[in-house]
Write a protein that binds this ligand. Structure first.
Ligand code: ZN
Ligand code: ZN
Length: 380
């Protein structure tokens, strides 16, 4: 008898093993890839029954069906073409596997955990007509054999768009749910938000409905006051839809959400990292404490191409500037100011008395108040 046969016979004499584990453990000895078929062949050859309880896996391979049907039940209504799965297995499985391997000096053999996940992946792939990939799958399945449970989550969808705000009195950002601080709970229907009307809630609701996700996170390119309008091309934003059930839905380019309209909507592959620099064209109606004269307003000319310093911001924000400044006297104590400025400049504090320097009130030596700030355009 050849030496590898002697070794296989020693293994099988000492341990009861299933077809899967035999196939895997002897694969290198017989120069075949690990398979149930190889295991079956050698169990037969050495006259061992395959029905006894496997020392290594406790016949886990024969009992994957309930776990798999659980996964199929959770994923049947999801759009996905790729998946990956992670396994949580009791350590004792790996310990018994290692024990046999070291006792019989079996090297270079896939471990029990790897073998189970390959077997499961094969079945999931066949049933759902999808492919297992390691990087960035559309569906991730976590299988826990310790408590016989499984959880699934889908890859987020990223959307880019712009919004126009045609009515005042609607805030941009939603407030985080007071009960869960934005994490998602029963009180907020797992959206993480308070139930208040805002641009964020309007966009979130649209995207949640469309992609059947459970939460939307929005990355804004700047912001405005509740009372400001956003005109022109609109303000850009990036949205991330968490755990979407549907990912193949067609997203229409524009959408009207009562007072807020969306344009340029499209799915994108990844969200840009870091902050995005942009410029805003802003029109402000300013009320002054004392009467204002055109000769006073001319002092504002010096603000063109001047850097604005905001002590409340960190160093990243040091290089923000005003590019263009236009003004028009409207009445005895009011004027209109049109600015082209870097995004991130606190317009209100740049005009009203504050620590922001230079400062319009200070330059005019007249206390100014912003009655209305409207965004005419946002340029990225
Ligand atoms: Zn086994
Ligand atoms: Zn909540």
């Amino acid at each position: 008898m050849k030496s590898e046969y002697i070794q296989i016979s020693r293994i099988l004499k000492n341990y009861d093993l299933c077809e899967y584990c035999v196939g895997r453990l002897v694969s290198k000895l017989v120069g075949k890839s690990s398979s149930k078929l190889v295991g079956k062949k050698y169990l037969k050859k050495f006259d061992k029954p395959s029905s006894t309880k496997c020392y290594v896996c406790k016949n886990i391979f024969e009992n994957l069906d309930s776990m798999l049907s659980n996964i199929f039940e959770k994923s049947y209504n999801l759009d996905f073409k790729t998946f990956n799965l992670g396994l949580i297995l009791k350590n004792s499985f790996l310990e018994r596997d290692d024990l046999i391997k070291s006792k019989f000096k079996l090297k270079g053999i896939e471990n029990i955990k790897f073998a189970i996940s390959s077997e499961m992946a094969k079945k999931i792939s066949r049933r759902t007509k999808s492919k297992r990939i390691m990087n960035d799958p559309e569906l991730f399945i976590q299988v826990n054999f310790k408590d016989e449970s499984s959880t699934i989550r889908t890859k987020p969808i990223f959307v880019y768009g712009r919004y126009n705000k045609k009515i005042r009195k609607i805030r941009q950002k939603q407030m985080s749910c007071k009960s869960c601080n934005g994490i998602g709970c029963h009180n907020c229907n797992f959206k993480g938000l308070e139930n208040i009307e805002s641009i964020e809630s309007k966009i979130s609701n649209l995207l949640i409905k469309k992609f059947e996700g459970n939460q939307v996170k929005i990355n804004w390119i700047g912001g405005e006051d509740q009372s400001s309008l956003v005109l022109g091309n609109g303000r850009p934003f990036f949205a991330k839809i968490l755990n979407p059930k549907k990912r193949n839905k067609i997203l229409r380019k524009s959408s009207n959400l009562e007072g807020v309209s969306l344009s340029e909507l499209r799915k994108i592959l990844v969200q840009p990292k870091g902050s995005i620099s942009f410029k805003s064209k802003v029109s402000i109606i300013v009320d002054t404490e004392k009467p204002i004269l055109l000769t006073h307003l001319k002092k504002l000319d010096v603000l063109e191409n001047v850097k604005i310093y905001d002590p409340s911001k960190d160093k990243k924000n040091l290089n923000k500037q005003i590019y263009q400044i236009r003004y028009k006297k409207l009445a005895k104590t009011s004027f209109r100011l049109d600015l082209l400025a870097d995004g991130g400049i606190p317009i209100k504090f740049f005009i009203q008395n504050s620590d922001v320097t230079p400062n319009v009130s200070e330059l005019l030596q007249n206390s100014c108040h912003c009655r209305k700030i409207d965004f005419k355009n946002i340029i990225v």
